[in-house]
Write a protein that binds this ligand. Sequence first.
Ligand code: SAH
Ligand code: MG
Length: 213
Amino acid sequence: MTDNFNNHASEHYINDLFAAEDEALRFAREETARQGMPQIQIQPADGRLLHLLARACGAQRIVEIGTLGGYSGIWLARALPPQGRLYTLELEAKHAEVARRSFARAGVADRVDVIVGPALDNLASLSQDAPYDMVFIDADKGTYPAYLDWAMAHVRPGGIITAHNALRDGKVAAPQSDADRVVDGFNRTAAQDPRLEATIVAIGDGMLFAVVR
Ligand code: SAH
Ligand code: MG
């Protein structure tokens, strides 16, 4: 578990009641640790939220930016119908390899494409097959504004844009680093852009979510 809970007791309650991990989710989390990769995957309650947002908008095609070991990707892929597709973008080949194993364990490898390289380059290729039903942003914070621009241009009306670490441990309210300032600006864009209706759900490290008008 990472330490980005806002309220441990409440979040453990949510995790236990609504977001129990099965063997594949545990594998994704534990293998990420065993391989010495950063332990920065979303919390179970975040995963459950992503899963339900995908279900609520009837998502068939989802783009995830930042795969790590496939933990959040499992939650998203399991929300898809059998003919659905998750395109998940990851810079590090090693992370992508762990993620592929996680997806196989979870029984969703047939509906997931792990795409390795800088996400912005690969989003340009995915543009051809737009629109998408949902985008989940969870990679390098400095590029969040560009990822949001891409998502706003390529998610269908009624579709959903989500982003992890929207609160940055509360620091967005009084930014201390460049990354804090960029995410604050990202949140302000989501709040004000006429193409979106947005809010931040304050579980984990903050999950921004927006419906595209
Ligand atoms: N969504 C994952 C966690 C992602 S952590 C989960 O909750 O399970 C962020 C990931 O983004 C890391 O694996 C990192 O390698 C990747 N990343 C960083 N910069 C990137 C870039 N420019 N393009 C694609 N992936 C990037
Ligand atoms: Mg994150």
